[in-house]
Design a protein around this ligand. Structure first.
Ligand SMILES: Nc1ncnc2c1ncn2[C@@H]1O[C@H](COP(=O)(O)OP(=O)(O)OP(=O)(O)O)[C@@H](O)[C@H]1O
Length: 256
């Protein structure tokens, strides 16, 4: 369970987040949405403790996040940051094995079990065939899948993902979000695609200029009245082939 109470953050004198509160229950997938620069990555950073808020509190299972020692935090919380590292002189298999580090003692080497967990994680993101390749030589989409596999290998109860669908083709965008749902772990996912968020998230927090503009179920948040003024798009209801009624968002003239 992840909770944030009235969180405020600033970079220097510039306030970036103000009065944001959320509650992500065990097994819930929460989507974090908002226009560019609205504070999504900043909020995510406070949720994994890399940024200490100026005001308010962030808790993981009731414990204040920045008081949890790094190793214990990594056993419980996995993070897929926005940009995959670009300078890892390691094989794909070794990058994914890094996800096992929080579970190893000092100087302890990875066991056969760790290797099996890493291989299974690679398989789940459709990247097992890349295991022997050098990480640096991969395409953007391949790297993204490997970094997600590393987070899966961590076997943490919570996973935070910043735009995990970046660089992925449409098929893998769905596959990765489907996988996040299947994991059954508590998840917070920064997304730009509102239709993907509608399909895969249990709850949605929509930020605008660092403030919580709306928070609730996809049905409550992804309405024309809520979304149109924030993104300056027009939304149209559509009935998809699978009979799920969704809103199709498209950029048109400024509705304000
Ligand atoms: N390290 C930093 N120092 C100063 N300002 C920052 C820093 N990181 C982010 N900002 C500013 O804080 C605001 C929120 O940035 P943030 O990256 O959290 O937004 P975002 O919603 O994730 O954006 P995007 O959708 O473009 O990734 C922006 O105005 C950004 O320029």
């Amino acid at each position: 369970m992840i909770t944030a109470e009235n969180v405020s953050c600033s970079y220097g004198a510039k306030p970036v987040l103000q009065g944001v509160s959320l509650h992500v229950s065990p097994g819930e997938v929460m989507g974090l949405l908002g226009p560019n620069g609205s504070g999504k990555t900043t909020l995510l950073r406070t949720l994994y403790g890399s940024l200490i808020p100026d005001g308010g509190r962030v808790r993981l299972d009731g414990e204040e996040i920045h008081r949890i020692p790094a190793r214990r935090l990594a056993q419980r919380l996995a993070v897929v940051a926005q940009e995959a590292p670009s300078d890892l002189m390691l094989s794909v298999a070794d990058v994914v094995l890094l996800g096992r580090t929080p579970h190893l003692g000092t100087f302890e080497r990875q066991s056969g079990r760790d290797r099996r967990i890493a291989a299974r994680a690679l398989q789940r993101v459709g990247a097992l065939h890349l295991a022997d390749r050098e990480f640096n030589g991969l395409s953007g989409g391949e790297r993204q899948r490997v970094v997600i596999a590393r987070a899966l290998a961590q076997e943490a109860g919570c996973i935070l993902l910043d735009e995990p669908t970046n660089h992925l083709d449409i098929s893998y965008q769905h596959e990765v979000l489907h996988l996040v749902r299947q994991l059954g772990t508590t998840a917070v996912v920064v997304l730009h695609d509102l239709n993907l968020a509608a399909r895969y998230c249990d709850s949605i927090l929509l930020l605008e200029a660092g403030r919580q503009h709306a928070y609730g179920t996809p049905e409550e948040v992804l309405t024309r009245a809520v979304v149109e003024p924030v993104y300056r798009v027009k939304a149209e209801p559509v009935v998809a082939e699978d009979a799920i009624t969704q809103l199709l968002f498209r950029r048109t003239e400024d509705p304000r």
